[in-house]
Design a protein. Structure first.
Length: 242
């Protein structure tokens, strides 16, 4: 039973057996998708994300299986539509969306893992369809984005004139003191939002958006310098960048 995807360079190197749907190609595709998904899943698990090794493997393998089933169906009915593959893409998108959480510090968590899970599913879909070149190239790009780009994000984030703080004050009356201090430093407060998750905790907790002018930013050098200076204030219980 043949696959319609016969122009893949890697498939041509491997031979006709890798293009057809047979016991060898099915086994090869399942093993390949497990290896690729494991590498991505291990990276996520090492950082203690909600979707880890098993989730990435299962999702990617399910997408690969759906692609192989569609290849079989299309071989019998060339005018058909790959419905199972389409359904798997939608299902993975819904599943990955459920891994996005909002923390008590007004942070969105799991967004990268969610996007990575969805992309990993598409890699599995490509492997299942016999598109080995697309699958491997996409996998290489995906693992690079997940493992290496966070370092660049940290650098860019620390050089930005805009940043947000998680601020815990010992008393709500100290908020005016904090605002006054920020203005004396020449910075602008864009927004202050009270965090209801800390109600009855004895602390007044806020999410604060701040803008620094280009001139003042050169003086402070980095966000860490600003936070360290603010941390020395007596009325601040805890402060960190979010």
């Amino acid at each position: 039973m043949g696959s319609p995807f016969v122009n893949d360079p890697i498939a041509q190197i491997l031979g006709k057996w890798s293009v057809d749907i047979n016991i060898y190609s099915v086994s090869f595709r399942i093993i390949l998708v497990i290896i690729l998904a494991s590498l991505i899943g291990c990276e996520r698990s090492s950082k203690r994300h909600s979707a880890g090794l098993r989730t990435f493997i299962i999702v990617s393998m399910a997408c690969a299986l759906s692609a192989m089933i569609d290849v079989c169906i299309l071989a019998v009915n060339p005018n058909g539509i790959p419905m199972i593959s389409a359904a798997s893409v939608v299902s993975v998108a819904m599943l990955s969306g459920n891994s996005i959480l909002f923390s008590s510090r007004s942070q969105i968590k799991g967004l990268t893992t969610s996007a990575g899970l969805w992309a990993c599913g598409l890699v599995g879909l490509a492997v299942g369809g016999g598109l080995y070149t697309i699958a491997l190239a996409s996998f290489a790009a995906l693992i690079f984005c997940i493992s290496q780009l966070p370092k660049a994000e940290v650098i860019l984030k620390d050089r930005s004139n805009h940043f947000e703080l998680h601020l815990e004050l010992r008393n709500s009356y100290n908020l005016q003191d904090f605002v006054t201090t920020i203005r004396k430093l020449g910075m602008k407060i864009d927004d202050i939002e009270s965090n209801p998750a800390y109600t009855n905790s004895g602390l007044s907790v806020y999410s604060v958006s701040i803008t620094i002018s280009e001139r003042d930013f050169k003086t402070y050098r980095s966000h860490d310098d600003i936070i360290e200076a603010l941390r020395s204030l007596d009325y601040i219980h805890y402060i960190e960048e979010i």
